[in-house]
Design a protein around this ligand. Structure first.
Ligand code: C2E
Ligand code: MG
Ligand code: MG
Length: 445
């Protein structure tokens, strides 16, 4: 009987309580009606470790992680369990959300100490999601599901973020708040509340405006102008992004045609998300658009982030190859902020690389940023790609980029994103920046 209980409630690999025991303990604790928090933790890249170093190695790694979590400065009554695979959970009786966030950060720091097994040093990291009782629910299953959602959100944050996320209705596509946001977004398209903003892209050698990046805004009837970062991630999670992308492409082709009639020839750059790349129908939708006349494939550039490709590289690659074959230009956006950049660069049918604005904005004052920008330009040119620098905010940065032979630039110095109807007027006043490079930069050119 003891053996049966052991198998039923304990994880044989790590000796930690298993999911069933954790669930039971959570139910018991909730019955006391006192506050508590649940942390859910999932290792990053564990599958990769398993694939490369073997399952036996993966098992030993999990045991080490379990030992770390158990010794992790948790209180006597806190409970650590292995839920399965590389997923762990911690119950913190008495902890409110703030305390739970502190604990989660501490656990993450603890896990980040490199771990040596045989001759391998492994950098461990994990995404941690948190759900608190009573704030996020008073039932065990609700708390577990919500902690898990928060965990996935934590893992999809950019790498430089903290990797810890507290549950909120905004990350939960099944919550009421999210459902109403989705309803509102649908209405936004139906009632014409989305706006196309355009930001000029300049050829540095000639100073000519050669294109514009299309950026969406939401003119909300009550909340005013909403920037994309407040609804794009949500639209991506819910799949609504496909409709949004469809709207953008339509809108861009109309504006393109209108500018052509006035004799203005510009390329339009449109941002695509992961979901767009996984949408098998996207190339066909594009075909239909081109068949109707108006915009032609050569006039469109699609900006894709590295993370969008990494979610499902094989499928993304297929879509990109089809789009490439149709004659569309493809660009890697926010270059330098994602993973595996170099491995994929050579396989993708790309035309352009956009250096992330965080490097460009820093290059005048930070020598490391300057070197990164310089090397990235060289790398791109060696691979036969053109380079666009985004986030050019001052004349010295412009001069630097020009001296480094950057092909195109985009930024507040030349023009902020503006309503599509203002663009033609803005063009009339356009003068390329004039700036002499300061002598201190000579050694870096
Ligand atoms: P992104 O594609 O990297 O777009 C460039 C962002 O940098 C824009 O922010 C732009 O306003 C900003 N920016 C440009 N120059 C400067 C500068 O000199 N200084 C500073 N501080 N910022 C500059 P925005 O419009 O808020 O867009 C943010 C992100 O939202 C975009 O990043 C893109 O990832 C996403 N996004 C915008 N519109 C769409 C869309 O229609 N579809 C999709 N999928 N994503 C979109
Ligand atoms: Mg972009
Ligand atoms: Mg960008």
């Amino acid at each position: 009987e003891q053996e049966i209980r052991r198998l039923a409630y304990w994880d044989t690999l790590t000796g930690l309580p298993n999911r069933a025991q954790f669930h039971g303990a959570l139910l018991a604790q909730l019955a006391s009606r006192k506050p508590l928090s649940v942390l859910m933790l999932d290792l990053d890249r564990f599958k990769h470790v398993n694939d490369v170093l073997g399952h036996a190695f993966g098992d030993r790694l999990l045991r080490q992680i379990a030992a770390r979590l158990r010794s992790g400065g948790l209180a006597e009554h806190d409970l650590v369990a292995r839920l399965g695979g590389d997923e762990f959970a911690v119950m913190l009786p008495g902890a409110d959300a703030d305390t739970a966030i502190d604990t989660a950060r501490r656990l993450r720091t603890l896990l980040e100490q490199p771990l040596t097994l045989d001759d391998h040093t492994i950098d461990v990291s994990a995404g941690i999601g948190i759900a608190a009782h009573p704030a996020h629910g008073s039932e065990a299953d609700t708390l577990l599901v919500r902690a898990e959602m928060a965990m996935y959100a934590a893992k999809s944050q950019p790498a430089h973020e903290t990797g810890v996320m507290l549950y909120s209705a905004a990350i939960d596509s099944s919550s009421e708040a999210s459902l109403s946001l989705l309803t509102e977004l649908r209405a936004a398209v139906a009632q014409d509340q989305l706006r196309l903003y355009l930001q000029p892209k300049i050829a540095m050698a000639t100073g000519a405006v050669v294109g514009a990046e299309a950026l969406v805004r939401w003119q909300h009837p009550l909340r005013g102008m909403i920037p994309p970062m407040q609804f794009i991630p949500f639209a991506e999670q819910t799949g609504f992004i496909r409709e949004l992308t469809g709207w953008m492409i339509e809108r861009c082709s109309m504006r393109y045609a209108e500018l052509q009639r006035r004799g203005i020839d510009l390329k339009f750059a449109i941002n695509l998300s992961t979901r767009d790349l996984l949408d098998q129908h996207l190339p066909a939708k594009m075909e239909r658009l081109f068949a109707r006349g108006g915009v032609q494939p050569q006039a469109l550039c699609l900006e894709i982030t590295e993370s969008a490709i990494m979610d499902d590289p094989e499928r993304a690659l297929q879509t990109l190859q089809r789009l490439h074959a149709m004659g569309l230009r493809l660009s890697i956006d926010d270059f330098g902020t994602g993973y595996s950049s170099l491995a994929y660069l050579k396989r993708l049918p790309l035309h352009e690389l956009k250096i992330d604005r965080s490097f460009v904005m820093g290059m005048e004052t930070d020598r490391a940023d300057l070197k990164i920008v310089r090397s990235t330009i060289d790398l791109a040119h060696n691979l036969g790609l053109t380079v666009c620098a985004e986030g050019v905010e001052n004349a010295q940065t412009w001069a630097l980029l020009k001296a480094l032979h950057c092909d195109e630039a985009q930024g507040y110095l030349m023009g902020k994103p503006m309503p599509e109807t203002d663009f033609a007027g803005w063009l009339l006043d356009w003068h390329a920046p004039q700036a002499r490079l300061r002598t201190e930069f000579a050694p870096f050119i």
